[in-house]
Design a protein around this ligand. Structure first.
Ligand code: OSB
Ligand code: MG
Length: 371
C-alpha cells in the first residue's frame, strides 16, 4: 500500500451547544482532517488537537505545520504492508502525538478499505455493540445541568460524567445524587485541583462515583498515586497517559484504577492498542475518551471501543449531541439501551460526506513527494 499523497484541511463546525471544561468554553470547532491517498483508496482521519493549547500543548495551529513539514514527508512514497509501520517512521519527531495519530489513523483507514475488512476487526476488536456514556460540560446553572442529565438518561446513556472545577463540584454532585441516587456517575476535573486540596477531594467519596478523572496536573503521574492512596473513589487518568510507558508507570505505582484511552492523545491506534493490552493484562478497565470529534474521529473511536477491555461506557455518543449535521452517513446513533451497534462493512462502516466537507473547508493543502 503506497502512500502517494496526503491532503490536510481545516473544517469549521459550530457545536449544537457550547462545551465547558475547567479550562474553558468551546462554541465552535476547528477540526483538521487528513486524507491519505493510497493507490486508488483514500483513508480519512481526524486530528483531535483543539482550537487552543489548553487541554494539551498541542493545538490545531501546531499540528498543521508539523504534519506538512515533518510527518507527511516521512511517510510519502513509502510502500507499507500495515499502518503499524507508521509509528517507527514518525518517531524522529518528538511529541506531537495528535498530529501523528491523525496520519497513522488515516493509513489504518486506507488499509482497512484496501483489505476490504472492517477497521474494528483489523484493530483486534471483538464487540458487536459498545456501551456509551455522555460527558456533560459545566453549565450556566445547576438547573440546566439537571435538564441535560435528564435528557441523556431518557436517551438511554449508561453513564453520566460531569465536568467539575473548584466552585462547581461537591455542591453539584450533591444535587445530582439527591435526584438520582443510583445512576452510574463520574466526574472529570481536567487538572483543576492540586494536592493540597486532598481534604476537599475526599468529600467526593460520599457520592459513590465510578471514577474521578484527572484531578491533578496534566503531566503528573506520581502525585496521583499519592492522592489515590487517600481516596476511596477510583482515579482515572486521561491527560497524563500519553503513551504505553506512561500507562505502565501509572499502574506500577498505583496512580489510577481506570484508564481513559484517547487515540489522539497517545499518538495513534498502534499505541492505543498497546495501552489497552497492558491494562487488560493487569485487569484495569479502560474506556474510550472523546474530544468533541466530528463523525470521522467518532467512527474511529467506535472502532477502537470494540476491543475487549473497553468494558466501561465511553465518551462516544451520538452525532446529534454535537452537530446539526455530521460529516458521515449514517450519523452515529445510540440505541435505547445506551449502546452503539457496530457495522460489519469494510472500513469504518460510515460513509464520508465529501461534498459537505468541501463546503465546510476553510483551508486545504495536498502534500506530494518532492521529485
Ligand atoms: O477531558 O475528556 C475530556 C472534551 C474536550 C477536551 C477534553 C475532554 C472532553 C470531554 C468531551 O470530556 C468528550 C466528548 O463528548 O467528546
Ligand atoms: Mg478527560
Amino acid at each position: 500500500m503506497k502512500i502517494e499523497a496526503i491532503t490536510i484541511r481545516e473544517i469549521q463546525m459550530p457545536l449544537v451547544h457550547f462545551f465547558e471544561t475547567s479550562f474553558g468554553r468551546t462554541y465552535r470547532r476547528r477540526i483538521l482532517l487528513l486524507t491519505a491517498h493510497c493507490e486508488g483508496v483514500d483513508g480519512w482521519a481526524e486530528c483531535v488537537a483543539g482550537e487552543d493549547p489548553f487541554y494539551s500543548s498541542e493545538w490545531a495551529e501546531s499540528a498543521w505545520p508539523t504534519i506538512v513539514r515533518y510527518l507527511a514527508p516521512a511517510v510519502l512514497g513509502k510502500d507499507l504492508d500495515s499502518a503499524r509501520e507508521c509509528p517507527a517512521l514518525l518517531a524522529r519527531v518528538r511529541g506531537h502525538r495528535m498530529a501523528k495519530a491523525a496520519l497513522e489513523n488515516a493509513v489504518w483507514d486506507a488499509e482497512a478499505k484496501q483489505k476490504k475488512v472492517s477497521l474494528w476487526k483489523l484493530l483486534g476488536g471483538t464487540r458487536t455493540e459498545i456501551p456509551c456514556g455522555v460527558s456533560i460540560g459545566i453549565q450556566d446553572s445547576v438547573e440546566q445541568l439537571m435538564e441535560k442529565i435528564e435528557t441523556a438518561l431518557a436517551a438511554g446513556y449508561g453513564r453520566i460524567k460531569v465536568k467539575v472545577k473548584p466552585g462547581w463540584d461537591v455542591n453539584v454532585l450533591e444535587q445530582i445524587r439527591s435526584r438520582w441516587a443510583d445512576i452510574t456517575l463520574s466526574c472529570d476535573a481536567n487538572s483543576a485541583y492540586t494536592l493540597d486540596q486532598v481534604e476537599h477531594l475526599r468529600d467526593f467519596d460520599q457520592f459513590n462515583l465510578l471514577m474521578i478523572e484527572q484531578p491533578l496536573w496534566d503531566d503528573d503521574i506520581f502525585y496521583h498515586a499519592r492522592l489515590q492512596k487517600q481516596l476511596r473513589s477510583a482515579i482515572c487518568l486521561d491527560e497524563s497517559i500519553v503513551s504505553a510507558r506512561a500507562a505502565a508507570t501509572a499502574l506500577d505505582i498505583g496512580a489510577c484504577r481506570i484508564i481513559n484511552i484517547k487515540v489522539g492523545r497517545v499518538g495513534g491506534f498502534t499505541e492505543a492498542v498497546k495501552i489497552h493490552n497492558i491494562c487488560q493484562s493487569q485487569k484495569i478497565p479502560v474506556w474510550c475518551g472523546g474530544m468533541l470529534e466530528s463523525g470521522i474521529g467518532r467512527a474511529h473511536n467506535i472502532a477502537l471501543s470494540t476491543l475487549p477491555n473497553f468494558s466501561l461506557p465511553g465518551d462516544v455518543s451520538a452525532s446529534q449531541r454535537y452537530w446539526k449535521e455530521d460529516i458521515i452517513a449514517p450519523e452515529v446513533t445510540v440505541r435505547s439501551q445506551g449502546t452503539i451497534a457496530i457495522s460489519n462493512e469494510a472500513g469504518t462502516g460510515y460513509r464520508i460526506k465529501e461534498d459537505l466537507i468541501e463546503k465546510l473547508t476553510v483551508r486545504k493543502e495536498t502534500i506530494r513527494r518532492e521529485a
